[in-house]
Design a protein around this ligand. Structure first.
Ligand SMILES: Cc1ncc(COP(=O)(O)O)c(C=O)c1O
Length: 395
């Protein structure tokens, strides 16, 4: 038996490529505003998490260039040793202040942030993690890595969550982990009810705000701000790869807890720190998030327009309450066909199938930027209507 046998037997991706139906790893040759160039063809991007439209902001690009000039293109080391720049320290202070928390710690990606927080805090065989069944893959892997007992509850089902909490030993440390905004379907975790149950059973709460920061809440601090429960959420995690238009992640919370994570998280200690350009980008986008609330207002205006437009045509947009708008198709093949028709019409979307969503819930995920123009959005709606009718998805 050769370890690589499974690799030689894996033909599914090649078969789908041969049918010209392969939607993954598509190389983008150029980004021009909300349009991208794919194989020489201009497409409207409605598949990015660039929520505030800062990816190409001239001031942000200038800040990244200035950081390269001052510090070089990389740090070539971990935060723990040679990879801490004054820029990282400034960024962590700014993030803590923005999030209204005592301290913040950055990591090299959002994925590593979740690995680091959960695996350092939840002790093997001693502690219990209570997690929604639809949390992000990085949380699933973090739970496995921690070795703690993991109790999963049905998506957003608070009765099921309470059942899980009740089965956890009273003397075990308990951590409830949720996505504030669920990344594929755009629905929200019911934080007020989660807070009530956490208090009843003595559990701590960690909220993944990858898609919430910059988008949710009056000041963009995420779903805890949106629901008015910030003091009751112990740890808030965010990633820089969405509203912040950069790469990396962070956790914010109580100073003692952040210090513990900082000195125990292996995904932090044994990995190089974010590049100077990435750190400077986040500082520059943070300035804009704080000073230009009109971007968030425009994003919500776009969200309302698109959701209403899709629903008027007869599309099922599920339970979304955010700028992530899924078009739920259910059948994998039809979802891929719709994606392909849209691609041919110049619309860049993401088809999502099991295991990223439950079986039979395949969808086309769309998401919006504050900088999308009405003209672009109208073109997207018209294309969805045309393709949906051609495929018989719309009557
Ligand atoms: C909910 C959620 N958490 C964590 C991550 C990981 O973030 P990153 O892309 O920075 O690794 C993502 C991004 O894919 C996400 O959607």
């Amino acid at each position: 038996m050769d370890l690589f046998d499974k690799c030689y037997a894996f033909t599914r991706a090649d078969e789908i490529k041969a049918l010209d139906m392969y939607p993954y790893f598509t190389p983008i040759q150029e980004v021009i505003g909300n349009k991208v160039n794919v194989n020489g063809r201009e497409m409207i991007m409605v598949g990015s998490n660039n929520y505030l439209g800062l990816l190409e902001h001239p001031g942000v690009k200038a800040a990244a260039r200035a950081a390269i000039d001052r510090y070089g293109v990389a740090t070539c080391g971990s935060r723990f040793l040679n990879g801490t720049l004054d820029l990282h320290v400034e960024l962590e202070e700014r993030l803590a202040k923005f999030m209204k928390r005592e301290a913040a710690q950055t990591f090299s990606t959002g994925f590593q942030t979740n690995l680091g927080i959960i695996a350092s805090l939840a002790d093997r065989e001693k502690d219990v993690i209570i997690a929604d069944r639809q949390v992000h893959a990085s949380i699933v892997d973090a739970c496995r890595l921690s070795g703690a007992r993991v109790l999963k509850y049905a998506h957003n089902d608070m009765e099921d969550m309470e059942r899980m909490l009740a089965t956890a030993p009273a003397d075990a440390g308990k951590l409830i982990v949720v996505d504030g905004v669920f990344s594929m379907e755009g629905d929200l975790a019911p934080l007020p009810e989660i807070v009530r149950l956490a208090k009843k059973y003595g559990a701590r709460i960690m909220c993944d705000e990858a898609h919430g920061i910059g988008v949710m809440g009056e000041n963009g601090r995420g779903t805890p701000e949106h629901f008015g429960v910030e003091p009751d959420i112990d740890l808030v995690m965010g990633t820089f790869s969405k509203s912040f238009a950069s790469l990396g992640g962070f956790v914010a919370g109580n100073a003692k807890v952040i210090s513990y994570i900082k000195h125990h998280a292996r995904s932090l200690i044994f990995s190089a720190s974010i590049t100077p350009a990435s750190a400077a980008t986040v500082l520059a986008t943070l300035d804009i998030i704080e000073s230009e609330p009109e971007r968030r207002a425009r994003l919500w205006q776009i969200t309302r327009k698109m959701k209403a437009g899709f629903e008027a045509m007869g599309y099922d947009t599920g339970r979304t309450q955010t700028p992530i708008i899924p078009l739920i198709i259910r059948d994998d093949e039809r979802a891929f066909m719709l994606w392909r028709f849209l691609r041919e019409d110049g619309i860049f979307t993401n088809p999502v199938i099991y295991p990223a969503v439950p079986q039979g819930e395949s969808l086309i995920r769309t998401s919006y930027s504050a900088t999308h123009t009405d003209e672009e959005l109208d073109q997207v709606l018209a294309s969805f209507e045309k393709c949906g009718r051609l495929l018989g998805i719309l009557k």
